[in-house]
Design a binder for this molecule. Sequence first.
Ligand code: C2E
Ligand code: MG
Ligand code: MG
Ligand code: MG
Length: 284
Amino acid sequence: KAKDFGKNSHRFFSPQSYESEFGRLLLENDLRRAVNRQDFSLHYQPQVDLQGGRVVGVEALARWEHQTLGNISPDQFIPLAEDIGVMAPLGEWVLRTACEHHLACSSSGCQPVRYAVNLSPTQLHSGNLVPWIFSVLEETGLDPNFLELEITEGALLKNSKATVAAFNTLHAEGVRIAIDDFGTGYSSLAYLSQFPISKLKIDKTFTSAVTTDEKSAAISRAIISLAHSLDMRVMAEGVETREQLDYLRDLECDEIQGYLVSCPLPANETMQFLARHSLSEFPL
Ligand code: C2E
Ligand code: MG
Ligand code: MG
Ligand code: MG
């Protein structure tokens, strides 16, 4: 009997699948606990306006340092947080922390800049998007004009009537909407005319190849011209080299974000960065 059991368990739990299933379960538990304890930090990546040469914003990016595994990429833990139903409290912590950082920076004398916060699909479709955003803005005292929400194309497909209404309300109060990773999601462009969108962010797969691959260059050019003809601003993300910058500047891209300017910085270094660069042109 013991032998049969051993055989069965071997068949159902091969060492690999046992490890990955078990590992995922442990990670889920750790993530739940991290959300309860708000055991995350935010890094902020500067954004530069190519016309005036000024740092005009930062994007807040969530960081999770696991006790034993070290830093886990948000590309891993954000989808996991969605799966296990803890994205709402995590997302609320992110927004609140970013708002508080903005206010701390401004009150320490920095020129106030726009803070971009990523929203995942479940946050968008939670049904109480508008009330929770306004309640965080009210509680922290952040002027809505300093908040930009980054949303991916795919997130705009579902439930679009309610989302259009929500975005119109946010937009009327000054909150801006940017489309993140533009060009990699759904192929219909109809939503661009339905939502009050202020900015398209060219995905870094195009940016990174803009000087080496003609098709990426053509796509970048098309996105820039699409944005401008729709009265939107356009930002290139993931700009790493001067050649990419020069190319994008020639295409009349409005803003850039990427390692060429700065990698995402911890909260205190962000303050120093903004203090240093908020009054003068950024040396590009
Ligand atoms: P994203 O919003 O498209 O953010 C840009 C990502 O590109 C960041 O990765 C950033 O560190 C990276 N990056 C910036 N400049 C460069 C560059 O010059 N070269 C390269 N190769 N990469 C660059 P990160 O921080 O790992 O975040 C990955 C994704 O996780 C984000 O992509 C976003 O979709 C998601 N994410 C991060 N924080 C949050 C959050 O608070 N909420 C939600 N919903 N999603 C988040
Ligand atoms: Mg983003
Ligand atoms: Mg992006
Ligand atoms: Mg991304």
